[in-house]
Design a protein around this ligand. Structure first.
Ligand SMILES: Nc1ncnc2c1ncn2[C@@H]1O[C@H](COP(=O)(O)OP(=O)(O)OP(=O)(O)O)[C@@H](O)[C@H]1O
Ligand SMILES: [Mg+2]
Length: 238
């Protein structure tokens, strides 16, 4: 069955403040889609709408199943894992406890098997299983957040600014792992990222969001070649 993500006419916001004004796009199963755009454009709000954390109108379907209007745990059960801005790990809990929490909404195959899989992607976490998440370095915490999301066996992975606050070397390693996960598990990925070069490097399609609307869409190569995008998003953070 196809697990395309189809978003159409999405409207969302906070109270009376509407942030997304009719956002539509499709991500084909197994592809990586990059969402670029300036601060305050609504990128985080878009990911929150996709994972049910903010109420939205319009339609969101994943493999034909409607996600719109469902609470976050129900969306997670349908295979959507969200790694939020700021990572969302539970600092006082150990690495292992955080990872096991990632599997809690999921039924089916063994959690131990999935822990082993996460250890393979992130050997650094395996060495720190009993350590409190709060004592990890920034890079390790982002890896934990991603590892925890993988414990859900997601069909769709939503990543919000994974590079935030990380050194370039760690960021590149993280993106390498995201690409490997995407290739090996065929997980569909929507990544919001300030570092447009990195995001476009692993994406097939990209969209530029400005004040709650998609103003430009294309293949990663097309967006990379766009003058306006180059000036706005590619110039400074290479
Ligand atoms: N919890 C909230 N309550 C009220 N308004 C919010 C809330 N979160 C975000 N907003 C507003 O929604 C708009 C879009 O914010 P959002 O966080 O989605 O932007 P963004 O594109 O992710 O920005 P950034 O690049 O800075 O992360 C902003 O004007 C912001 O002030
Ligand atoms: Mg944001």
């Amino acid at each position: 069955m196809s697990t395309d993500l189809v978003v159409s006419d999405l409207v969302a916001g906070y109270g009376d403040a509407q942030v997304l004004h009719g956002v539509s796009f499709t991500v084909r199963e197994g592809e990586v889609c990059a969402i670029l755009g300036p601060n305050g454009a609504g990128k985080t709000t878009l990911l929150r709408a996709l994972s049910g954390m903010v109420k939205a109108r319009g339609t969101i379907t994943l493999g034909g199943a409607a996600l719109t209007g469902r609470p976050p745990d129900a969306v997670a059960r349908l295979g959507v894992a969200h790694v939020p801005e700021g990572r969302g790990t539970f600092m006082p809990l150990t690495v292992e406890e955080n990872l096991r929490l990632g599997a809690y909404v999921r039924r089916g195959p063994s959690v131990e098997e999935d822990l082993e899989r996460v250890h393979q992607y992130f050997p650094v976490l395996k060495k720190r299983l009993k350590q409190a998440a709060g004592s990890l370095s920034g890079g390790e915490q982002q890896m934990l957040a991603l590892g925890r999301a993988l414990m859900l066996r997601p069909r769709l992975l939503l990543l919000d600014e994974p590079s935030l606050g990380l050194a370039p070397l760690v960021t590149r390693e993280l993106f390498r792992i995201v690409r490997t996960i995407n290739e090996e598990e065929r997980t569909t990925v929507v990544v919001v990222e300030q570092n447009a070069h990195l995001a476009l490097g692993i994406a097939q399609q990209a969209h530029v969001l400005e004040t709650g609307r998609i103003v430009l869409s294309g293949t990663a190569a097309q967006i990379q070649a766009d003058e306006q995008v180059a000036q706005s998003y590619l110039g400074y953070r290479v």
